[in-house]
Write a protein that binds this ligand. Structure first.
Ligand SMILES: [Zn+2]
Length: 310
């Protein structure tokens, strides 16, 4: 059986999976991310993950025919050169991800932003299955964004297509985490798990609580936690309303760690969206939670390699 190796780079782990053409993860695993040694460290963990995935494929008598990777940042061109560096893995700007993966694994390779590959996975075999235009956001440390149209990821002129997290939400707002732009007011600064901690404190909650604990408290009915999630959801709904008027997606999928808040997140998102978007979009662009859980990044990366690797 032909498989693609799908890699999902995070600040602590580099996950891998063997992915079939139908988007099934046959086997998954991970190696630690070497996050503090720049491009040299990144190359070391890429080699380790590829070797482990190749060994797993051999055991299963699967043939590795492609490789793909998703990473928190942006890449450009066929070589997958990193142009927006993830703050959690500094010093890797300019690294040519797809070029290196091609050399390491000796198969066609491709690389993309991690929310973009998650969008591809959801479009192919998750909440966006059968839809033509899938807009996805991932609510985690930041707000990732990805767009898949007619089955292909939208990269745009420089690989940053779909990055709604860096759209302006507040004039003269908070500085952007990615390039330190003062007053950038990016949407992700008002809608991410990081923002939830700040909003929770602003509503009088304990500033030491983690996003996960805040969600747990909200479920138990704690006022500050519920108010923080409500404000965050409203912000996200407004951001999605702006994105929707531009592309009129068939479906909007919300993924990422904060998804475990369920209706506590989804309800205010939908309410704000309904209030602010064009009438026809309310029906045409339903907002749903992601269906693929932890494996979405690896599955999407594997599919990307299989379908667009070069
Ligand atoms: Zn930004």
């Amino acid at each position: 059986m032909d498989v693609g190796i799908g890699l999902d780079l995070g600040g602590t782990d580099l996950k891998f999976a063997l992915v079939t053409r139908s988007g099934r993860a046959l086997e998954t695993g991970s190696v630690p991310t070497v996050a503090n040694k720049g491009t040299r460290g990144l190359r070391v963990c890429l080699v380790a993950a590829v070797l482990a995935a190749q060994a797993a494929a051999k055991r299963r008598r699967a043939k590795v025919v492609a490789i793909g990777m998703g990473l928190p940042g942006a890449v450009q061109g066929r070589e997958g050169r990193i142009t927006v560096v993830p703050p959690q893995i500094p010093g890797i700007g300019g690294f040519r991800v797809a070029y290196e993966l091609r050399r390491i694994a000796q198969v066609p390779a491709a690389a993309e932003n991690d929310a973009t590959v998650a969008a591809l996975a959801e479009a192919r075999c998750g909440a966006g299955r059968g839809r033509n235009c899938v807009l996805m956001v991932t609510v985690g440390t930041g707000l990732g964004g990805g767009l898949v149209v007619h089955g292909r990821v939208v990269r745009g002129a420089c690989g940053t297509g779909g990055e709604i997290g860096h759209g302006v939400f507040v004039k003269d707002g908070l500085p952007c985490r990615h390039d330190g732009l003062a007053g950038a007011g990016c949407l992700e600064l008002y809608t991410s798990a990081t923002a939830l901690v700040r909003l929770h404190a602003e509503h009088g909650g304990d500033p030491a609580l983690s996003p996960r604990e805040i969600v747990k408290r909200a479920r138990a009915g704690a006022k500050a936690a519920k108010a923080a999630l409500n404000e965050l959801g409203t912000n996200l709904g407004l951001g999605l309303a702006t994105a929707a008027v531009l592309v009129a997606p068939d479906v909007i999928v919300i993924g990422g760690g904060l998804c475990n808040a369920g209706r506590l997140l989804l309800d205010p998102v939908r309410a704000a969206f309904r209030r602010q978007t064009l009438r026809p979009l309310i029906r045409a662009s339903p907002i749903v939670l992601a269906r693929l859980k932890n494996d979405a990044g690896c599955v999407g990366a594997g599919l990307l390699g299989l379908e667009e690797g070069a």
